[in-house]
Design a protein around this ligand. Structure first.
Ligand SMILES: Cc1cc2nc3c(=O)[nH]c(=O)nc-3n(C[C@H](O)[C@H](O)[C@H](O)COP(=O)(O)OP(=O)(O)OC[C@H]3O[C@@H](n4cnc5c(N)ncnc54)[C@H](O)[C@@H]3O)c2cc1C
Length: 419
């Protein structure tokens, strides 16, 4: 009997890859430690973020970062002890911010974004999960028009990508969102988005669909690979159990580089740690998902609860959470909604798998052609899950893909950091 394809990681990338391969007739086994809260997929902002076509780093990043770091409510924090280990990633991040690179990266982001709804639709249908995804405008909030205009090139890039949006002055915005406080006087409404009303419910529905289609889920942590001559023949789990594999997909989110290193590939993957706060009795409920651009967090109605999610903290995979970052989200929400009740809030921290150019790796391992990499989706891993899964299925079945995979190659980080 042929061994199955083993997918490592049960976040959105692993789940969607498993499902897409199953739909092509492959036998698939998924391995994950089984603690959903460990996955970035559990706690994210739930956005199918069609209009996010601007990478993290741009030509103005060196000027913006010091201001962000000095602002206690700012969108970025760095644990300074971690700086020496982080430095090569930061250098690559700054290099990715040259305008010619930003344009190429944005084009690759658009190529994935164009497929978000198309590729999710069959998975949502098969999983009976269509009702978990609700279309609706997303509001990007600014204190005033001045801050919107200061984002000039970013909006030009979104216009170039064909994003549909409407500018809202104070009166139009407050008519749409009457519970907003007076500190916000301008917003942009983007029509193309959808919101997942509870990401973990979507994870569960996709997993149930995978099991229902004959897929196997194994609780475990992969610690090593087994080899049969030059071929990787299986994975070894903590505790010693070995699972034979015909092919392997590494979709282990922010932990993936540790597995790729075992196969001889060094990839500059960092955890861009993000936080969320869930308010179970917020007493104000905005009508739309929205994000506070300057503070770097989103406010998300999820059923009768409100989730505040976002910010980036660079502090390593293993450092304990700094719950002050989550408390800052509460302060930010109080600024936005003076009537909000933040009592009984619950906190969560998760690891966005971040590569410095804001694009994932979707490629074969350089020295093990039956191993496929699918990681590094940064701020967009929910949005790009179904499409990544389809591209993984193309690679696993040796099918030509309808997307250019060049921007997602694993080899793009070879060579010196400065080059
Ligand atoms: C606050 C926040 C808000 C966000 N908002 C959005 C949003 O609105 N829209 C969007 O598109 N994206 C968003 N993201 C990003 C998105 O959540 C991530 O990009 C995405 O979840 C990554 O999915 P993944 O499957 O690669 O990784 P994960 O979801 O982290 O899953 C990886 C899994 O692999 C497992 N694993 C690790 N090592 C091993 C091993 N050795 N063996 C077996 N299993 C292993 C882990 O336990 C985990 O379960 C947000 C992220 C955060 C933190």
């Amino acid at each position: 009997m042929t061994a199955p394809v083993v997918v490592i990681g049960g976040g959105f990338i692993g789940l969607c890859s498993a499902l897409q391969m199953q739909r092509r007739g492959l036998a698939v086994m998924l391995v994950d430690p089984g603690d959903p809260e460990r996955a970035a997929s559990f706690g994210n902002a739930g956005q199918f973020a069609v209009g996010e076509v601007v990478p993290l780093s741009g030509p103005d990043t060196p000027a913006r970062v010091p201001r962000w770091l000095m602002d206690p409510l700012g969108p970025l924090a760095i644990r300074w002890r971690y700086l020496p280990r982080l430095a090569p990633w930061l250098i690559r991040l700054l290099r990715a911010g040259r305008m010619d690179r930003v344009e190429a990266i944005s084009a690759a982001m658009v190529s994935l974004n164009d497929r978000i709804h198309l590729d999710y639709q069959p998975l949502l249908e098969a999983a009976g999960a269509g009702a978990l995804v609700q279309p609706g405008p997303h509001l990007r909030l600014y204190p005033s028009r001045k801050e919107f205009e200061a984002e000039g090139w970013r909006w030009q890039m979104r216009v170039k990508a064909g994003l549909n949006f409407e500018l809202l002055d104070r009166d139009a915005l407050h008519a749409l969102e009457p519970t907003l406080g007076d500190g916000i006087k301008f917003a942009v409404a983007s029509a193309d988005r959808s919101s997942v009303i509870e990401p973990v419910a979507l994870m569960r529905a996709l997993e149930a669909c995978f099991r229902g289609g004959g897929g196997t889920v194994v609780a475990g942590t992969v610690t090593a690979f087994t080899h049969d001559g030059p071929t990787v023949s299986g994975v070894a789990l903590e505790g010693g159990r070995v699972l034979p594999a015909s092919r392997i997909v590494i979709a282990a989110g922010a932990w993936s580089h540790r597995l790729a290193k075992l196969l001889g590939d060094r990839l500059p993957l960092e955890s861009e740690r993000g936080y969320h706060v869930v308010l179970s009795d917020p007493r104000v409920m905005p009508r739309h998902a929205m994000s506070h651009t300057e503070r770097g967090f989103a406010v998300l109605p999820m059923g009768d609860r409100l989730r505040l999610a976002g910010t980036v903290e660079l502090a390593s995979l293993d450092a304990p959470p700094n719950w002050d970052r989550a408390r800052k989200l509460i302060e930010g929400a109080r600024e936005l909604f003076p009537g909000i009740n933040t009592g009984g809030a619950t906190f969560w921290m998760g690891h966005r798998p971040g590569l410095p150019d804001s694009l994932p790796v979707i490629d074969r391992a350089t020295q093990a052609p039956n191993v496929i990499y699918a990681f590094g989706h940064g701020h967009m891993g929910l949005s790009w899950g179904a499409t990544t899964g389809r591209l993984v299925a193309d690679l696993a079945t040796d099918t030509a893909s309808n997307l250019d995979l060049t921007p997602f190659r694993a080899t793009r980080f070879q060579g010196p950091v400065w080059a």
